[in-house]
Design a protein around this ligand. Structure first.
Ligand SMILES: [Zn+2]
Length: 485
């Protein structure tokens, strides 16, 4: 069965006006639809806000089965995220899968108790085919690319998104062009190239978006990540893939958690997970959806949420919490709003945007996967609608948490992934969590994506002789381990 759906603005609800039905389109129409879709909502743009579209499914065919529980909506014979194909937009013959999803929900008993959050879980997304949750996005996004007749997949990424797009494009038999940054770790570049993607690096983040946008606009390349300035988020079909995190979590827990925490750059994961919960809610399966928390490296969503501003504005890690709670927008806010309006206009014209503070010039945080200076409207909307929080986290804390999670619980996650647990820690410290609250943090990727950041804090492995005494001495001197009892 093919889903019936429409495409509407995530902010104002205006449907995408293309003169097309937005399901079961012919290939040529699909390409035109993709072009219109990726520019964002024209109505919101008139008021200076850049907003993404979202896929609005007709859930009515599911209501009867939903009365039997969430498992009744799953097709256990289908691969990967497509076990939830009744809630995902793709015709059967276009579905691409590498067996993504169905990742474990791992209770962190020891770690959680130390944090004062006894009911803490991680959704360990490092178990996906390319070891990150981007596989869910790319499974659905690349399937849509096939359905809409795309000839080339393109993506702008510092790693996880690029690797996933490359792998799923390979699986679909489509060429993939990845725009990355010169500063991206070599492991990530190798991974993207290993799947046969054509990888090019640029020095400035916004340059890759501009070039990718030009190729999408002029050549019809299918953009599976966003390229708008300021950003609106990724391809809405891809974002649908993240809904399956909510479906699986409900299936595992039997009820919605109180909080769901997602490391956030442009808010694709946050938006998709929340959308999953919203659909479960509409189907009567999640009477009380979780509050969503966005863990952000640079405070952009946090001040917008606290100050009731209409849109996020650029933030930088060094601003800290004080900036987030600064109250009135002030000079920085006015400057940010002006930059937003200017860049939005220039993008529409296809012109070149000037360098501004919209992105870090050269991201150097170990949490480079989420090191963006400005959040998105879609993320802000989720936080407002779920009664959630944006939480500013610090790079230095992420490396420490990476070590603690690996040593305490046996899970080695990418530094960016730890942003979710850093946010949980801060929410707990602030008393925002109830004593019995069930909290799920999405652990987005594996530490093996950037082992250099981990190795930098570890001692060199000592070389020893065939000597038990030297062994015990070395364990004590190098590792501080006293095992000679
Ligand atoms: Zn709109």
């Amino acid at each position: 069965m093919t889903q019936t759906y429409d495409l509407v603005c995530i902010q104002c609800g205006t449907p995408l006006e293309t003169g097309l039905r937005t399901c079961q389109v012919a290939e040529a129409d699909g390409r035109r639809l993709t072009q219109a879709l990726l520019r964002g909502c024209a109505v919101c743009a008139e008021s200076g806000i850049k907003s993404n579209f979202t896929v609005k499914l007709d859930l009515s065919p599911l209501r009867a089965d939903a009365r039997r529980g969430v498992d009744a909506l799953a097709d256990r014979s289908a691969p990967g995220v497509w076990r939830w194909h009744r809630l995902l937009p793709a015709a059967p013959r276009f579905r691409v899968s590498l067996g993504e999803g169905n990742t474990p929900l791992v209770p962190l008993k020891r770690f959680g108790r130390r944090m004062g959050v006894p009911n803490l879980y991680v959704k360990d997304e490092s178990r996906n085919p390319t070891w990150s949750y981007k596989d869910r996005l790319c499974a659905v996004g690349v399937s849509n690319a096939l359905e809409f007749g795309a000839a080339v997949i393109t993506v702008s990424s510092t790693g996880n998104h690029g690797a996933a797009a490359a792998a799923y494009a390979a699986r679909a038999g489509l060429p993939c062009v990845v725009f990355t940054l010169d500063s991206t770790p070599d492991v990530m570049k190798t991974l993207m190239q290993a799947y046969g993607a054509y990888v090019v690096a640029m020095e400035r983040p916004r340059d890759r978006w501009r070039l990718m946008g030009a190729m999408a606009g002029e050549r019809g390349w299918y953009a599976i990540s966003g390229f708008q300035i300021p950003p609106i988020g990724s391809n809405p079909f891809g974002i649908e893939g993240y809904k399956t995190i909510a479906f699986e979590t409900l299936a595992d827990l039997g009820a919605a958690p109180d909080w769901m925490v997602v490391p956030t750059a442009h808010g694709d994961g946050l938006t998709g997970v929340w959308k999953g919960w919203q659909e479960l809610h509409e189907l009567g399966l999640a009477p009380a959806p979780p509050k969503m928390a966005a863990a952000e490296l640079n405070p952009s969503l946090e001040p917008a949420l606290l100050n009731g501003e209409p849109a996020p504005r650029p933030g930088h890690e060094g601003q800290g919490r004080a900036a987030g709670a600064a109250g009135a927008a002030g000079a920085a806010g006015a400057a940010g709003a002006a930059a937003t309006a200017a860049t939005a206009g220039q993008l529409q014209d296809g012109g070149s945007a000037p360098a501004s503070d919209a992105e870090p010039a050269a991201p150097d945080s170990p949490a480079f996967s989420i090191d963006v200076a400005i959040g998105t409207q879609q993320a802000l909307a989720v936080l407002r609608r779920s009664g959630g929080r944006a939480v500013h986290v610090r790079s230095v804390d992420l490396i420490d948490l990476q070590r603690r999670l690996a040593e305490d619980e046996g899970i080695y996650a990418e530094a960016s992934s730890l942003a979710g647990l850093a946010a949980v820690q801060r929410l707990a410290e602030e008393g925002a969590l109830g004593a019995d609250d069930v909290v799920v943090a999405v652990l987005t990727s594996t530490g093996l994506k950037d082992p250099g950041a981990t190795a930098a804090r570890l001692p060199a492995v000592p070389l020893i002789e065939l000597d038990a005494g030297q062994l015990l001495d070395t364990l004590a001197s190098v590792y501080g381990a006293r095992l000679d009892t």
